[in-house]
Structure formats: C-alpha cells, structure tokens
Design a protein around this ligand. Structure first.
Ligand code: SF4
Length: 301
C-alpha cells in the first residue's frame, strides 16, 4: 500500500483509514511554525501526485481487509486540496465507501476556489484550520504562500458553511505567544460566530514542531474554550485532566445552555453522580445527544 495508511483510532473522528495524496514529499502552500513535518518552502501544487485509479484500488483492498472503519480520511504530507483531481477522487470514493463517512483535513487555504468547493461539498466531514483572525497573526504562524488573505478565507468559510450540507469542523491550534492573546482570541470568536461551524476543535502543539515554538498550557486552552460560547467545542487534551466535579441538575442545564458538552468533557469533568443526573435529564428529554462529525455532544433540548 503506497497511498493508504491505518486504520488508526482518532479520538476526534473515530476509526480512520487514511489516504495520503503526497506520500513522497511535503507539498504545502503553508509553512506553519508548528508543523510536524520539516519546514519547507510553500508551494501551490502536489509533487508527484498519485493517480486516482491507484488510490481507489488501494482503498477497495483496504475496505475488504478492515471492516470496522468509521471514516475514510483524505489527507496529505501537506495540503490535500492542492490535488488537482480532488473532485474526481471524491466522486469515486463516494461510490465505494459503503456506510463509511468521507473526511478531509485541510488547512482551509483554498476554500475560495470553486474547484475545491465543488469537491468539499461532496465530503461528509470537512475540517478546516483557522489559527488566526488577523493577517498579522496569520502571516506569523501559518507562513502561507504569497497572496493568501485570512479575511478573505474566513468570508469564504462562512459562505461554505451556509451553502454546504457537509459537517464543518474548524480546528484552532494555539501557539504560545503567537495566537493566544486576548485580542486575537476575541477576534477568532467573532469570526467563528459568523462561520457557525458544526464543531470547533481546539488544541496546542503536542509533537516536535518545525520551528522553535511552544505549546500553551492546558489552563490556557480551558480559559480560551470558555470564551467560545454557543459552539460545540471539542478540546484536544494531551494528558486528560482527572479532576471530576459534582454537578447538580441546574449546574448541568446552565453548562449546556452556555454550550454543548462533548463526550470527552463528560468523561473528564463529570463525577459519577453528575453522570447519573445527566442520564436522567436525557430520559426526561431535557437534554439531547447529537453526533457531530464523529464526536458525541450533549446539548439542551
Ligand atoms: S498546513 Fe499542515 S502540512 Fe502544511 S505546513 Fe501547516 S501544519 Fe504543515
């Protein structure tokens, strides 16, 4: 198998079979400070792109071998939407995916391109990154190829969110001293409120980065998360906190009216007695459970 990897168990999306559209060399139009790959000059194309039929043949074989896959994930050593045959690949994957969902992990840079939008609209779950809301911060952290304006990108994300039936997940990666200021977080929140994604994933660096940058603390992530109201939020924890709280019925209802809580929030922060109360609230239909792009959320009915 040259283009397929996994299945791997990802907490964010379930059991995933990966497709790598640039297996030989990094092909990305960003050069992010936090990239897990080596730094490289941004480019706007995939080097040595694979043929659609070769990928499809590998996916067919993998689907025969592994039956318990939740998602087929289109990814790359770089940016998968730079792949010119993306729409054709998506069309053919949709024909063979059976009951699996199709997911793409993109940096969001090409969301204004019609070619890309057409392909993304046919994908069940679209994950786009949005690390900053101001051009100054974006230039510093994502170091994109010339000509990409963050303001234009988030306007296209907003349009895509309205027009598409895909589940849209926005991922924010916090880097200490770069995109964690109060002003930047406030602006990102404003932008998120207009984009209205189905889910927001927030985390920090947890693997050796391409440049000398540092992660933010878990406390900082929790503090930032509190700013993002009304949005289903999934916090990506490196080490899960173990402190459990005893919530009563009104605590839980207040918490859920502020924003839905993910299954991980419940596992991490709810004591056994709080979980029992939550279960009762579910039975009384005061609380509902929703699957959002592979993560279960509890929300006020
Ligand atoms: S978009 Fe992804 S692959 Fe590209 S530089 Fe950033 S982290 Fe690396």
């Amino acid at each position: 198998m040259r283009y397929i990897f996994g299945p791997v168990n990802s907490r964010r999306f379930g059991i995933s079979l990966g497709i790598d559209l640039s297996p030989d060399v990094k092909s990305c139009n960003f050069d992010c400070l936090y990239c897990e790959l080596k730094s490289a000059k941004p480019i706007s194309f995939i080097q040595n792109p694979p043929k659609v039929e070769d990928i499809i043949s590998e996916v067919k074989d993998a689907l025969k071998r592994f039956s318990n896959i939740d998602v087929i994930t289109i990814t790359s050593n770089g940016e998968p939407t730079l792949y010119n045959e993306l729409e054709s690949l998506v069309d053919q994957l949709n024909r063979i995916k059976q009951d699996k969902k199709l997911l793409i992990l993109s940096n969001g840079s090409t969301i204004c391109e019609k070619r890309v939008q057409n392909a993304l609209k046919k994908i069940d779950i679209v994950k786009l990154s949005l690390d900053c809301a101001t051009q100054k911060c974006f230039k510093k952290i994502d170091r994109a190829i010339k000509g990409i304006e963050i303001e234009v990108l988030y306007q296209c994300m907003e349009k895509f969110s309205k027009e598409s039936s895909s589940q849209l997940v926005i991922e924010i990666l916090l880097v200490k001293g770069i995109n964690d200021s109060e002003d930047e977080i406030k602006k990102i929140n404003e932008v998120l409120q207009s984009i209205k994604p189905n889910r927001v994933d927030i985390g920090t660096i947890d693997r050796p980065p391409a440049y000398k940058v540092k992660p933010v603390s878990q406390d900082k992530i929790d503090k930032v998360a509190k700013e993002f109201t009304n949005l289903p939020l999934s916090i990506i924890y490196k080490n899960r906190p173990t402190k459990k709280e005893d919530f009563n019925k009104s605590d839980i209802m207040r918490l859920l009216s502020r924003r839905p809580q993910s299954q991980f929030d419940i596992e991490n922060f709810f004591s056994n007695s709080s979980k029992k109360i939550l279960k009762k609230l579910l039975e009384e239909k005061l609380v509902v459970r929703k699957d959002i792009a592979g993560v279960l959320f509890y929300a006020k009915a």
